[in-house]
Design a protein around this ligand. Structure first.
Ligand SMILES: C[S@@+](CC[C@H](N)C(=O)[O-])C[C@H]1O[C@@H](n2cnc3c(N)ncnc32)[C@H](O)[C@@H]1O
Length: 216
């Protein structure tokens, strides 16, 4: 199920900021060489991540789900000059390639890759974050939210990807065998009932939720 008409997508892409040559290279490489290239954020979602990051101007960003580094580089565009982005992925096979992409960018010194299981790595992180992007295994989204919220500064933002799961969350009677649709619907309801945060589901691409932490 396409959430956005292809003509509209093309129009929006053609009249918005372009992808940098490096982001184009990563996208091309991923589509040619890496499993499940649909996981890559892509042009418009990448620009949205970049815009949100530039508005916040974060000192510290945490990303859960590096994949080929596309979204990390988009988020890094808003970092303060001495800012840091930590990005976690369990897939060791992507590490070297992604590291080369980061080295090609101007954010080499700002980005730190961590390889491993996110649920094990997050508790070892001891800084407070201004921006977090959750984009890994869907069954742990609730756990990621619970782990990350105490590590988020007041006013900090969490962006969560794939919350509409191709729209299937709206037709669970038809997609009850799709575990991820069920997880995402549970997550969306979990967030809806949480206090002390603002939340907004944006029907962009596969659905992006924005969460603001209103109180410590
Ligand atoms: C959707 S992709 C991330 C896409 C990337 N953020 C982007 O927009 O270009 C999800 C990534 O999460 C990673 N992942 C899945 N489960 C994980 C876990 N438990 N711990 C760490 N990484 C995990 C996968 O290896 C995969 O690379």
């Amino acid at each position: 199920m396409d959430l956005l008409d292809k003509n509209i997508e093309n129009y929006v892409e053609s009249l918005s900021d372009s992808e940098s040559p490096l982001l184009k290279e990563i996208s091309g490489y991923t589509h040619k060489n890496v499993h499940q290239p649909r996981m890559l954020s892509g042009h418009i979602q990448g620009r949205i991540l970049s815009f949100i990051s530039k508005i916040i101007s974060p000192k510290n960003i945490l990303e859960i789900g590096t994949y080929t580094g596309y979204s990390a580089l988009c988020l890094a565009e808003g970092l303060k000059d001495d800012g840091r982005l930590i990005t976690i992925d369990k897939d060791k096979s992507l590490y070297e390639t992604v590291n080369l992409f980061f080295k090609k960018s101007k954010f080499e010194k700002n980005i730190k890759q961590k390889v491993g299981i996110a649920l094990e790595i997050i508790p070892t992180l001891d800084v407070k974050y201004d921006l977090v992007f959750i984009d890994a295994d869907k069954k742990n989204y609730k756990n990621y939210f619970d782990m990350v919220i105490p590590k988020l500064n007041k006013g900090g933002v969490i962006i969560v990807d794939n919350v509409l799961w191709s729209g299937k969350v709206t037709q669970l009677d038809k997609y009850q065998n799709d575990k991820i649709a069920v997880y995402m619907n549970e997550f969306n309801n979990y967030i809806k009932n949480k206090k002390n945060i603002s939340k907004l589901i944006l029907p962009i691409r596969d659905g992006l939720t924005l969460i603001i932490k209103n109180e410590d």
